[in-house]
Write a protein that binds this ligand. Structure first.
Ligand code: C2E
Ligand code: CA
Ligand code: CA
Length: 642
């Protein structure tokens, strides 16, 4: 009797303990494995309640009869099986994201447990697992099967966790071993004393051990996405990446991150980050998915993983080739994926980081929803060059080393220079001449483009103010706007500011934009352009014919001039079909009242043909390379007089 009351007290204390931990566990993360853990705890709580009921019957607080005892035993045995089943499910979800596995695999895991539960429920009739006689419960002939199934779940899950412990922070692996140790004690205690209270107490110790481990795991988890975080990634990379067995690392970047952050509500950004994380995790069906912050994810794939790269990309493509509505802002999400193949075994921890940050810095080139770059095509030398150019940009900004050159644009109507394109030049004292094609994309990815562009705008406006361009026949100067600039919220104000500062007529400035500017948010771009147009500026569409030009969409922008890229111009001189295409293109643009500039005119033949085809303006080395302000003015003075 005394013993019973003691057990009773102990139980209540334990129950409180469980509830306390339960409450604690519930507050945090919504990760799937957490939910299972909560189910596990609920099962524990029910088991305790049932146990108290049982003791109540034994101590005579509750009058006992065979039916009640049968019900109590069914609940008890079913819960013990469910707890082990959940434990295994929890482990698999935590380590392998089991929730995303095919249904049949999940069924396979739950089948033995479900089968056992059915046997337990029917046992009062079949007597296979247990039976009650005269107020006493006896073991049935298949009682061992229940113990066997429970033990199998426990062993399979624990061994799996130990084998795959490298995927988890070390503390978690240690806890799994600790729990296994307690479980063995639990078995021995129960086997020798048949004391269920002690049995439950060790169970509680196990649960708490897990909870503690989980709390530590939480340190390595990203709160928003439930994925492993940068901390975990770095720890893993430092320890493991050089070892054999790795196949590839995928760095997935949300290209629109900065844009959404700047322009949408914070909740929109969080939703996007979370959804993207879920999506990657789901398709990758791998444990090693990390969220590194600022819209960047990493997926580590091992040789033994069943992971098909093409499927992964296809599924992401499927999911992302739509427009998302972020609280009224319609956005096309774009991903950039850098793939680091490790098959060749050349990757060490050291150069992994170099590759990694190089991929992190790569400029975006494509408008496709998913852009993939392979690190094999990105050597360490290139990375060094990237860093050097970055330094040169910094130097040029500090020491005001950037120069603006002007390249004449000639009207085919009167053969006079009617305009000029402003092109930036950088002659670095260390690296020598650096093409804007190299440093503009770099400055776009590190944010320096804003400073550079202000410099360009300032210089061009000053140039327009200081010189009697109109009298010389120059109607407007063309100024390049990069993608980032087009998306800059303050672009309109900046242009207004410089217009006032230099008292320049906006009609004298034509802004060159590219279709890639529409990459993020077309709607917004259109609104921005409309506002700028109201100020009196005009637009040209640059680089028409490079890659991905959409005729219909071009007409939706307020551009007055289309600039045919030199590649499309040159190709017309090499191939009859291309020539016909170009001719039709020009006539089509004329039909919709757009003016046309042909770029890259290098020879007299090209000049004559393009004039015949009806191009309005021509630009190229045939007339002049881009030259300094003074040279340009002198050139115009000579050219336009003749
Ligand atoms: P883009 O806007 O397409 O500029 C035309 C490029 O073609 C210029 O190269 C020009 O020098 C070159 N080019 C002109 N005529 C000929 C020709 O007959 N033959 C050949 N082979 N090339 C010709 P550049 O100056 O190296 O500029 C490269 C790109 O850098 C530009 O392409 C533009 O996208 C970007 N860029 C240049 N200056 C600026 C700037 O101030 N701001 C921004 N955001 N981007 C700029
Ligand atoms: Ca241009
Ligand atoms: Ca161009």
């Amino acid at each position: 009797m005394v013993h019973m009351r003691f057990a009773y007290n102990l139980l209540i204390i334990n129950l409180l303990f469980v509830c306390l931990w339960f409450a604690y566990a519930s507050v945090k993360s919504n990760a799937y494995y957490r939910k299972i853990f909560r189910c596990l705890m609920w099962a524990g709580v029910f088991m305790y309640a049932n146990r108290m009921f049982e003791i109540g019957m034994q101590d005579g607080f509750i009058s006992c009869n065979d039916i009640l005892l049968n019900i109590e035993r069914i609940i008890h045995y079913v819960l013990t099986v469910v707890i082990y089943e959940l434990y295994a499910f929890f482990m698999f979800c935590l380590i392998d994201q089991f929730q995303y596995f095919p249904k049949w695999k999940k069924m396979l895991l739950f089948l033995p447990g479900t089968f056992m539960c059915l046997m337990i429920i029917t046992s009062p009739i079949t007597h296979l697992i247990f039976y009650v006689e005269d107020g006493i419960c006896h073991e049935g002939i298949l009682f061992w099967l229940m113990s066997f199934i429970r033990a199998s779940y426990a062993i399979v899950a624990t061994v799996h966790a130990i084998v795959k412990r490298h995927l988890m922070p070390r503390i978690f692996g240690q806890s799994v071993i600790l729990v296994a140790f307690f479980a063995v004690i639990q078995g021995v205690v129960f086997w020798s004393s048949h004391d269920e209270t002690l049995y439950y107490t060790t169970l509680i110790v196990n649960i708490i051990t897990f909870l503690l481990a989980l709390t530590v795991v939480e340190f390595y988890k990203d709160g928003l996405t439930g994925l492993l975080n940068r901390e975990a990634f770095e720890q893993y990379a430092q320890k493991e990446i050089g070892r054999k067995g790795h196949k590839a690392v995928y760095l997935v970047k949300l290209k629109n991150y900065e844009y959404i952050k700047e322009n949408c509500r914070e909740t929109s950004l969080l939703t996007v980050i979370k959804n993207l994380g879920e999506c990657i995790k789901e398709y990758a069906t791998l444990p090693s998915v990390y969220y590194l912050g600022v819209g960047r994810y990493a997926v580590i794939v091992h040789k033994r993983d069943k992971f098909v790269e093409e499927d992964f990309f296809d599924k992401l493509r499927e999911r992302f080739d739509i427009t998302f509505d972020l609280n009224g802002i319609h956005i096309h999400l774009n991903l950039f994926i850098a793939v680091m193949n490790m098959d060749n075994g050349k990757i060490t921890t050291d150069n992994f980081y170099k590759y990694f940050s190089a991929c992190d810095d790569i400029k975006y080139r494509s408008k496709e929803p998913i852009e993939v770059v392979y690190s094999d095509s990105l050597g360490i030398d290139q990375l060094q060059r990237y860093r050097n150019v970055e330094e040169a940009i910094e130097r040029a900004l500090v020491e005001k080393e950037f120069r603006i050159f002007y390249q004449p644009i000639v009207s085919t109507e009167n053969r006079k220079i009617i305009s000029a394109e402003a092109l930036i030049r950088l002659n670095d004292r260390v690296l020598g001449y650096i093409s804007p094609e190299e440093f503009i994309p770099i400055s776009e990815s590190n944010g320096k483009i804003m400073e550079i562009s202000e410099y360009v705008i300032d210089n061009v406006f000053r140039f327009v103010r200081d010189n009697p361009l109109k009298d010389m026949g120059i109607e407007f100067i063309e100024l390049n706007l990069s993608v980032m600039q087009c998306m800059d919220k303050k672009l309109t104000e900046k242009l207004e500011y410089y217009t006032n500062k230099y008292a320049v007529d906006p009609k004298q400035i034509n802004l060159e934009i590219t279709e890639t500017a529409a990459i993020f948010d077309e709607e917004r771009l259109r609104r921005q352009l409309a506002k700028i147009k109201q100020l009196g500026f005009s637009f040209s569409l640059d680089d028409y014919g490079t890659g991905y030009s959409n005729l219909v969409r071009v007409l939706e922008y307020p551009v007055d001039v289309i600039k045919l890229d030199k590649s499309i111009v040159w190709s017309a001189f090499h191939d009859r079909d291309n020539f016909v295409t170009l001719r039709n293109l020009i006539s089509m643009f004329h039909d919709v009242r757009r003016k046309i500039v042909a770029e890259g005119v290098e020879s007299e033949e090209q000049m004559i043909t393009l004039t015949e085809l009806g191009c309005d303006y021509l630009q190229g080395y045939y007339y002049s390379k881009p030259v300094s302000e003074e040279e340009f003015l002198a050139f115009v003075a000579r050219y336009n007089i003749i």
